[in-house]
Design a protein around this ligand. Structure first.
Ligand SMILES: Nc1nc2c(ncn2[C@@H]2O[C@H](COP(=O)(O)OP(=O)(O)O)[C@@H](O)[C@H]2O)c(=O)[nH]1
Ligand SMILES: [Mg+2]
Length: 324
């Protein structure tokens, strides 16, 4: 076993934090450590929480951490906020919000900077969660801002997916993205102390009834909460447990689908990385861009040619064969 993997298995938080940072940064070699940890993963309950910025995800997670800790569970949190990779504002915010758990070694909170472009966000987030999984954390929250497809996919990687909505202008049912309805196991209408919460619940119920589920599927539930006051958190918690029981009884197909999703996500990233190196595209990019901007070539044809060239490199004729 890689020494760092052994340290992490032994509960070394610093070694774990270092590996998570390296995974997030795409440092070569980090995946070798993860490889040794992988056999010890698959035990944690991964709960994805997504929703618009400011909807109260961190506040809610903070409440749920408290409840899980009261049950003696160890809890990890991976928080991602693509809106603030530079300012670090949200990262600081999350730290402060969850500060009451900062002295608790049964809680580990990690904010990712989401430098992972090239479709790397989803893959590296799940990898980071795997580190916590291998360390024996019972519950792992993945908090993402529900802005792009990638963030939605991160939630798809979870065992249980919570989508947080709030009443009020700009965050009503119309703004609930296609794709999110399908992935949500539990809807939370947070800030239920505000006007319009009940209407939002009714709208969600209607939307769900319009999208008929297969008979054997989990019927998504809707909960109202006031996360700042802890209101509704107990009910949400009991639905979470019910969902957990449900996936343990009926979740085999789902686990397969998620593993397949994870594989393709890594495959896509690996392919892009390899292609970038192999084709030396980076070096050739300036002249390619000149051609594209001058409309001498079009990006579709160019991309296809580059991909074809990777798989079918032009045979290099040896000098004596090429001469007649
Ligand atoms: N009125 C009200 N405010 C809330 C509630 N939950 C969270 N907030 C506030 O909403 C703001 C954003 O919360 P935060 O948890 O950081 O949202 P996130 O960006 O989704 O993680 C904070 O100022 C919270 O105190 C709630 O139920 N009611
Ligand atoms: Mg947050």
């Amino acid at each position: 076993m890689h020494p760092a993997a052994a340290q992490i298995r032994a509960g070394d938080i610093r070694a774990a934090a270092r590996l998570m940072r390296d995974l997030d940064d795409g440092v070569p070699g980090a995946q070798d450590i993860l490889k040794d940890l992988f056999p010890f993963t698959g035990r944690a309950w991964i709960i994805g929480v997504t929703g618009n910025p400011g909807s109260g995800k961190s506040t809610l997670v903070d409440q749920l951490i408290g409840t899980f800790r009261a049950q003696g569970k160890r809890v990890g949190v991976v928080a991602i906020d693509p809106s603030s990779p530079f300012s670090g504002g949200a990262i600081l915010g999350d730290r402060i919000r969850m500060q009451r758990h900062s002295g608790d070694d049964g809680v580990f909170i990690r904010s990712l900077a989401t430098r992972g472009h090239l479709g790397g966000l989803s893959a590296s987030t799940v990898d980071v969660a795997s580190v916590l999984d291998a360390m024996g954390f019972d519950i792992i929250f993945i908090e993402t801002v529900g802005v792009g497809q990638d963030e939605i996919e991160v939630v798809y990687a979870a065992d249980t997916a919570i989508v947080v909505c709030i009443p009020g202008a700009g965050d009503d049912v119309q703004s609930i993205k296609a794709g999110i309805l399908e992935i949500a196991d539990l809807f939370v209408v947070n800030k239920a102390d505000r006007e319009g919460a009940q209407r939002l619940v009714r709208d969600l119920q209607m939307l769900l009834s319009l999208a008929p589920q297969p008979e054997d599927a989990w019927p998504p539930r809707i909960h109202e909460t006031v996360a700042v006051e802890g209101k509704g958190v107990d009910d949400l918690m009991s639905s979470l447990q019910t969902h957990r029981d449900w996936i343990q009884a009926h979740g085999a197909d789902r686990r397969r689908a998620k593993m397949e999703w994870r594989f393709w996500s890594i495959f896509r990233r690996t392919l892009l990385e390899e292609a970038r190196v192999e084709s030396r595209l980076r070096q050739r990019m300036p002249s390619l861009l000149d051609d594209l901007l001058a409309r001498r070539r079009d990006p579709h044809t160019l991309a296809r040619e580059e991909v074809r060239a990777l798989f079918h490199p032009a045979p290099r004729l040896s000098p004596d064969l090429s001469e007649p």
